[in-house]
Design a binder for this molecule. Structure first.
Ligand code: NAP
Length: 248
């Protein structure tokens, strides 16, 4: 049975009109970078739960979750309006297999995220313990508007530590910016725009891909990688090249 513990809100970071992060403290059990928890609040005498990935690294006492405000949504509206000192519930035990322990040793690891799904990658990148087995990390961070690149400064700071082992490519879908690529990930991969810009190429010999974000982006990207790049889904029993966060 799911065990819930009280989480005390420490801070709500408002990034844009639609994006915010919630920072809380709670007596949870240790988790692995890349895993997720369930948050629970009461709404009209009923509990509602949603799953969010940790942004913070496991050793950090402050737990951070990145959330998109859904104006008509039941849960995110309430989370958005929380104040420091308020309490919610969180699962004591975290879950998920989107961790570096599940990723085989490889030359180039592509971390592909849309929107708030950059969260688990932030956690993984801050926790150095399993990154030794990867030569290069290529991060594709796709958002609609430049102002939504909320965790880009954090990733850039991590990159400084790893020097040229990390490559970051931001992708913006709804406006043009000279530093970034414009468009959506599956189409940009198909047109080779991303590979040509960063000069790293996806192939079954030295690539592993971690995909997290908009479910249609994940589906379309996976389809492209399997059909055109000859990659396979990575399973414990049948090692392959594509790992996906499915939240189960
Ligand atoms: P989002 O919907 O993923 O949008 C961000 C970017 O993805 C935009 O550039 C958008 O392009 C693009 N996009 C949307 N649909 C697409 C598609 N079909 N193909 C290619 N690109 C597409 O951002 P979000 O609202 O922050 O949602 C994040 C997703 O990640 C959610 O599904 C969430 O469940 C999941 N997730 C969240 C967390 C977390 O902890 N919060 C963790 C893991 C996963 P346009 O501007 O053209 O629409």
């Amino acid at each position: 049975m799911t065990e819930w513990v009280e989480a005390k809100i420490k801070k709500i970071k408002i990034w844009t009109v639609h994006l915010f992060s919630i920072i809380l403290e709670a007596p949870i059990l240790p988790f692995y970078a890349g895993q997720f928890a369930k948050l629970r609040i009461k709404n009209k005498k009923k509990y509602i739960n949603r799953v969010y990935s940790y942004v913070n690294e496991p050793k950090d006492k402050k737990l951070e979750f990145c959330i998109r405000l859904i104006p008509q949504g039941k849960m995110t509206n309430q989370l958005y309006n929380l104040l420091p000192g308020d309490s919610i519930l969180i699962t004591k035990q975290s879950n998920g297999f989107f961790t570096m322990f599940e990723i085989p040793k490889c030359k180039n690891l592509w971390m592909i995220a849309t929107g708030t799904a950059i969260g688990p990658f932030c956690s993984i990148l801050q926790d150095e313990s399993e990154l030794y087995k990867i030569k290069k990390i290529i991060i594709l961070y796709a958002v609609s508007y430049v102002t939504e690149l909320i965790y880009l400064p954090l990733i850039q700071k991590i990159k400084k530590k790893y020097k040229n082992r990390i490559i970051i490519q931001a992708i913006i879908s709804r406006e043009r910016h000279k530093k970034y690529i414009t468009g959506r990930i599956p189409i940009l991969l198909k047109s080779k725009k991303i590979e040509n810009k960063i000069q790293y190429f996806i192939n079954p010999t030295d690539t592993h891909i971690m995909l997290c974000g908009n479910p249609t982006m994940v589906k379309d990207t996976q389809h492209f990688l399997i059909k055109y790049k000859k990659l396979n889904k990575h399973l414990r029993r049948y090692p392959g090249h594509i790992s996906i966060e499915n939240y189960w």
